[in-house]
Design a protein. Structure first.
Length: 436
């Protein structure tokens, strides 16, 4: 085989590996939303599960109340547990008394309670024991913090009730869950499953109540964009960007403008894009009702340099709301059309929110369906097909939907194509070129 061709294929393969290595290293796993499992045997009833979940970037605050009844005429010693699954700050209480817990291994639990494969296959567990008197009903309070799964674009994935379809899951007779974000804007929600859009109220909260086992697994993909914007400054290694973030968080916007003016004169953090600082400047002006100043800055921003990626939807939404406030129907319609005509399914909830709040194209009064997507124009065959496939594969890889073997496959495909092109080129070259 031609050594030069091997070298070209090798170089391309290495470049592809480098291209994707950053994406793979940034995605991380998180809490899977496991419930409470009864590990020991006995005559008991699981009456009610009432859980409140607070969603923050990369973190979930869990506060649950579990009602359990001893159905026997004898005292019952009941051991319960949950997987040690990206959980911290676990607290268990009954009648204002802390209940101690222990870390247990999966094998240890299986051996002690003879559970075989009747619990999730997680290596580490938290376990605790309740002493329940004959025919007594107890309400146990459980709280903890959990890390969410995060993809390469820092979109958080929150999951709950996803294990309840398992035949061995402990389902309570009555289930209630309240899900609420620490901050809510419609552009924060990137996808929902197990919840209908109209079940989310104006504060971003969803309250679900059902009878077991009718519950559906809940999955929410989200990012609290405004907090993510600020975190870029608060995580800086330099004092002034952190001070700007602190002042902004405190609502002292005039001081924010002052400090940003000083920073822009002599920027100190080379890793912090100037665009990010100007975005905070614009946001401070908007909150001070200086709409002209805000628009003057955002119109010149290079959105590609901003963090996070979803900030583009925030900017579009904020400008849309200003256009509505000022009565600028022409620009308002343009903004609404831009959102409705997008094929990005991660803004389906934003589309729903606009429609539910009467923000539709003013001229025609026709609402654009949130469910149906804009038809994709047909492409002429054999034009850019390979490149489009590679780009699509890259996007899927960034989302973690294919493993590293997919990268290897792309490398082999490119090598094969280059080899074919090379051989074809040799056949098409004239003899004159080879005789120079």
């Amino acid at each position: 085989m031609n050594i030069r061709r091997i070298s070209v294929v090798t170089i391309i393969f290495v470049l592809i590996l480098q291209l994707f290595s950053f994406s793979f290293s940034e995605a991380r796993n998180g809490w899977k939303g496991y419930g409470i499992y009864v590990l020991s045997a006995g005559e008991y009833s699981l009456l009610e599960e009432n859980v409140t979940l607070s969603l923050d970037n990369a973190k979930v605050g869990f506060a649950g109340k579990y009602t359990v009844r001893n159905n026997s005429d004898s005292n019952l010693k009941l051991t319960l547990g949950t997987p040690f699954d990206y959980i911290t700050n676990l607290k268990i209480r009954y009648d204002q008394i802390n209940i101690s817990w222990k870390k247990r291994t999966l094998n240890g639990i299986k051996n002690e309670f003879g559970l075989a494969d009747n619990i999730p296959n997680e290596a580490a567990w938290y376990a605790f024991t309740l002493n329940i008197r004959a025919n007594e009903t107890k309400v146990i309070e459980i709280s903890f913090d959990a890390s969410t799964a995060v993809d390469v674009n820092d979109i958080n994935t929150f999951a709950f009730w996803s294990d309840r379809s398992n035949i061995y899951a402990n389902n309570f007779e009555t289930l209630m869950v309240t899900i609420k974000p620490v901050e809510h804007m419609p552009y924060n929600i990137a996808g929902i499953e197990g919840i209908e859009a109209d079940q989310i109220n104006e504060n971003g909260e969803a309250v679900l109540s059902t009878k077991s086992p009718a519950q559906k697994p809940i999955n929410i993909r989200y990012q609290i964009v405004d907090r993510a914007i600020l975190e870029k400054l608060s995580s800086s290694a330099y004092k002034r960007p952190r001070e700007i973030a602190r002042l902004f968080g405190a609502g002292d916007y005039s001081k924010v403008i002052e400090q940003i003016g000083l920073y822009l004169t002599t920027p100190s953090d080379a890793k912090l894009p100037i665009e990010q600082v100007k975005l905070i400047q614009a946001e401070a002006l908007r909150r001070m009702k200086d709409n002209q100043g805000y628009l003057a800055i955002v119109s010149d921003l290079d959105v590609s340099k901003l963090y996070p990626q979803r900030v583009s939807y925030k900017l579009l939404f904020d400008q849309l709301m200003l256009q509505k406030e000022s009565g600028d129907i022409v620009k308002l319609n343009e903004s609404i059309k831009t959102i409705y005509e997008s094929n990005d399914t991660s803004i389906d909830y934003l589309k729903y929110w606009l429609s539910a709040n009467g923000l539709v194209v003013e001229e025609s009064k026709e609402e654009v369906s949130v469910v149906s997507a804009e038809p994709v124009p047909e492409r002429e065959p054999n034009k850019a097909g390979l490149w489009d496939s590679i780009k699509r594969s890259y996007e899927l890889l960034k989302q973690g939907r294919f493993a590293m073997p997919s990268v290897f496959g792309i490398g082999l495909l490119l090598g094969f194509i280059i080899g074919r092109i090379s051989r074809r080129g040799k056949r098409n070259n004239s003899l004159y070129l080879y005789r120079r």
